[in-house]
Write a protein that binds this ligand. Structure first.
Ligand SMILES: [Zn+2]
Length: 278
């Protein structure tokens, strides 16, 4: 949790983001939560009544503080989506909770911010086509389980074959990498897929920019470098800007043995965004 506060402070201190560009999130409403989730599940979480084994699957304590944090994080992504509709680019300084399913949470995720917002945009703009580009090292099983059959959403996941979740849930495109995969292999695959995806003419991108692909991450198995991650982000932001597609970013995972490395990788996302998007 500490990394998020450090990230926010350093982004401002280092002049990567001016403080006027930051806005605070508040609690997402139940009405929005149930766009992506079963109402009984939402009630159980909000009322701290989730049964013990379901709570254990999330891996976080079911306390009021944790639930408020999950709701705030989902609201942050919601506000970021609206800001990117205005400005072309916005990011949540947390989020990317892609392991939460329709009626259960797992993998540190209670609520699925991408699923809620894909459904919300679908209601507001029925013709918009959303690309979910999930480059976290862990497959976005919750995104796939909730959204796979939604016609407005197309899901692409790049992940470590050996990494959690051990039972992947099929996306529209899944690219899995073996242990120790490095920059060149990864970037070649990404460039190829993005070239193919141009033909689909998306109207909005939700980008899960997890940095747990960095070599040395405790929960990842790939060996990407900081430079490789920056090239990754450059490819993604170029893809968005060249087609004039609004992009909303979530930080996703990052659990390096040295927290400084995770924060550097997150900050680099913003540095690259600034250099590409202005
Ligand atoms: Zn992850």
């Amino acid at each position: 949790m500490e990394k998020y506060r450090i990230l926010r402070d350093e982004l401002v201190l280092e002049g990567i983001i001016s403080s006027e560009k930051l806005f605070a999130a508040d609690l997402i409403s139940k009405e929005l939560l149930i766009l992506g989730h079963d109402e009984q599940y939402v009630d159980d979480v909000l009322n701290l009544k989730l049964d013990h084994s379901s709570a254990r699957k999330v891996g976080l304590p079911l306390t009021q503080e944790m639930v408020n944090r999950a709701r705030t994080s989902a609201n942050a992504f919601t506000k970021a989506v609206d800001a990117s509709l205005e400005d072309g680019f916005s990011a949540s300084l947390a989020g990317g909770t892609h392991h939460a399913h329709f009626n259960e949470g797992e993998g540190f995720c209670f609520f699925n911010d991408f699923a809620i917002n894909a459904r919300r945009l679908g209601l507001l703009y029925p013709t918009k086509k959303i690309l979910i580009l999930d480059l976290d090292v862990h497959q976005g099983n919750g995104n796939s389980s909730i959204l796979k059959n939604d016609l407005n959403t197309y899901i692409v996941s790049f992940h470590g074959e050996k990494n959690y979740p051990f039972r992947k849930i099929e996306s529209h495109i899944d690219i899995s990498f073996s242990e120790g995969a490095q920059d060149q292999e990864y970037l070649t695959q990404l460039e190829g897929k993005l070239t193919q995806l141009k033909a689909k003419c998306f109207d909005h991108i939700f980008y899960q920019a997890g940095v747990d692909t960095l070599k040395g991450d405790r929960f990842g198995s790939l060996h990407l470098t900081h430079d490789g991650l920056m090239q990754r982000d450059r490819l993604v932001f170029d893809f968005a800007i060249n087609q004039d597609i609004p992009i909303t970013v979530a930080m996703g995972g990052g659990y390096h043995r040295d927290i400084t490395q995770t924060v550097i990788a997150y900050k680099n996302i913003f540095k690259v965004a600034k250099s590409v998007l202005g």
